[in-house]
Design a protein around this ligand. Structure first.
Ligand code: SF4
Length: 151
């Protein structure tokens, strides 16, 4: 299937610290799905490396106190546009990120404390009916191939 995938999971060094979160199962994922790399933070115009940010309610704020909500909203709109353009019905996104996190994110205190909630991009994708998987659920995407008997 066509899958939106957090670019950092595909090996792109777009994390706030310039590193990636390349998946150990990347080769298998690419064999089974057409992956569209997306990074809402870069799409929104933020640089790499950049000061880390966390959600504080409807705002996204950097550790230095700068409000970067506008960039996150702009980047999310671009991800939604690509989801539509490529007819993606599912996304595999980096867990705990203020953009890509799904189900649990950092709580806005920059103390590595998790709280229930979604990153802005994950939230909007779900709102548009796109199923969001985190990287800990990757087996659901690569372990679901039909089993063929050879005769
Ligand atoms: Fe990775 Fe998403 Fe953060 Fe970009 S916005 S670095 S894709 S987690």
């Amino acid at each position: 299937m066509r899958l939106l995938v957090s670019a950092c999971l595909l090996g792109v060094g777009c994390r706030y610290d310039g590193q990636s979160n390349q998946l150990p199962q990347l080769e298998q994922l690419l064999k089974q799905h057409t992956c569209i790399p997306v990074c809402a933070e870069l799409f929104g115009g933020l640089p790499t490396p950049r000061v880390p940010a966390e959600r504080q309610g409807n705002r996204v704020v950097t550790r230095d106190g700068d409000d970067v909500t506008e960039a996150f909203v702009r980047g999310t709109a671009e991800v939604l546009r690509l989801a539509d353009l490529y007819h993606c019905r599912a996304a595999l996104l980096k867990e705990r990120s203020p953009s890509c996190g799904s189900g649990q994110i950092y709580d806005g205190t920059f103390t590595k404390t998790l709280t229930l909630g979604d990153g802005l991009t994950a939230q909007m994708l779900k709102k548009h009916g796109i199923t969001v998987y985190g990287e800990s659920q990757i087996e659901e995407l690569i372990g679901s191939r039909p089993f063929f008997f050879s005769i």
